[in-house]
Design a protein around this ligand. Structure first.
Ligand code: ADP
Length: 398
């Protein structure tokens, strides 16, 4: 069955057409600079040349129409007719407390996505625009919303509640939601499969370390805690996000630099993290290179990143009273054996022993611990698009 997976940002649209029977990507692409001058579609079908169209894309509707054209193109496309697409799976950032599973989009679902604009101001509006555009281009087939927050809805209240006056939770639903849920869910399931652990008696920690980074504790297949919060700002040090910080810092900078709350949040989201500390870049490869060249700030940024990851893993071992397996995923987790090794050095007390040779692996599934290691550590490449396609298929088959 062919499922089209759509991931809309405010000025971008990523897509993959996935054959769920063979789990293969038939075609994928990216629309960039939607609504801005210089819009461009880059499309690639399996076994065919890359196809680039530079055409104005004033809105997401035009972008979706261009994607359809590319998929149907006699030379670069993969479809003869639009009816060969059975369903569309849409990545949606925030479903608040309302969705713990994917849902078929209807007017009520659209209303919830809209009601969550405050919680995901950059993503939810773009996600809904993408859904509406796809419904217009592909009427009569199911459109499914897969929420980044859904997997984390099993967290207990003690884990999701902030210690602020309870009325803010009651009035505004202010609580931890967590993100990267599709990735955490996919990697946790895959870790269960390859480790042979009993799904009903298992403790897994998934470290999704990319430009955005988060950690999740998964007990018996269900999320019990995660490091991102009401927004993706909390938790680990990320490419440009600070992660955990004393809220008092905000007041201090506000007074010293005469900044308002929006400017401060922009600072914490876009100018902090690896970029802010190193002053070099948000990209881990650049920061590593700068460290090798003797840059002190780059060195301390890398050290602080690793240290925070190790602290969270320690916290989640305590939360679950143990851990059977740890899985590293996303850009850094999948590719950077040095970071994985450094994190695991902090975890020697758990009896973790890394196999240095295997730990050189990049972007491939691997068990990177020695046979006598007390906890198994894996590299498990994430595949959010395949997971969205599979969840979409499971829902429409129900
Ligand atoms: P996101 O999806 O959040 O944008 P990714 O999961 O793609 O992020 O991860 C991007 C990060 O992964 C970048 O900071 C990049 O430096 C890092 N990365 C990618 N490949 C490597 C590598 N070979 N070694 C170290 N870091 C890498």
């Amino acid at each position: 069955m062919n499922i089209l997976v759509i991931n809309c940002g405010s000025s971008s649209l990523k897509y993959q057409l996935i054959d769920t029977d063979s789990k293969s990507v038939l075609a994928k692409g990216l629309c960039e600079r939607i609504g801005i001058e210089g819009s461009k579609l880059t499309h690639e079908a399996a076994g065919k040349d890359e196809f680039v169209v530079e055409n104005p894309m004033p809105d997401h509707q035009v972008a979706v129409d261009m994607v359809m054209k590319a998929l149907l193109d006699p030379k670069y496309g993969v479809l003869k007719d639009i009816s060969e697409i059975s369903a569309v799976g849409h990545r949606v950032l925030h479903g608040s407390k309302y969705y713990s599973d994917p849902v078929i989009v209807n007017e009520d679902v659209k209303k919830v996505i809209r009601d969550c604009y405050d919680l995901g101001p950059l993503h939810n509006p773009a996600n809904l625009t993408g859904i509406i555009a796809c419904e217009a281009a592909m009427p009569g087939i199911p459109h499914v919303a897969v929420f980044d927050t859904a997997f984390h809805q099993t967290m207990p209240e003690k884990a999701f509640l902030y210690a602020i006056p309870y009325e803010y939770y009651e009035k505004y639903n202010i609580r931890r939601y967590g993100f990267h849920g599709t990735s955490h869910s996919y990697v946790a399931k895959r870790t269960l499969e390859i480790s042979g652990l009993d799904p009903n008696n298992s403790k897994i920690i998934v470290a999704h370390l990319g430009n955005g980074a988060s950690i999740t504790a998964v007990q018996n297949g269900k999320c019990v805690d995660t490091s991102m919060g009401l927004t993706p700002l909390e938790g680990l040090i990320m490419g440009t996000r600070s992660g955990d910080i004393d809220a008092g810092v905000l007041q201090y900078i506000a007074h010293k630099e005469n900044k308002d709350i929006d400017e401060l949040l922009n600072l914490l989201n876009k100018k902090s993290g690896m970029l802010g500390v190193s002053g070099v870049s948000s990209d881990f490869r650049d920061v590593k290179k700068a460290e090798e060249e003797g840059n002190h700030r780059a060195k301390v940024a890398n050290e602080a990143f690793v240290y925070r990851v190790a602290k969270y893993i320690g916290a989640y071992v305590a939360a679950m009273n143990g851990v059977d397996a740890i899985a590293f995923t996303a850009g850094v987790g999948e590719n950077d054996g040095i970071v994985r090794g450094q994190v695991c050095e902090y975890l020697g007390y758990l009896g973790i022993k890394i196999d240095e040779e295997v730990n050189k692996v990049r972007g491939k599934e691997a068990l990177i611990t020695t046979p006598d290691s007390k906890v198994k550590v894996y590299v498990v490449p994430t595949n959010e698009e395949l997971s969205i396609a599979q969840q979409t298929l499971a829902l429409i088959r129900k």
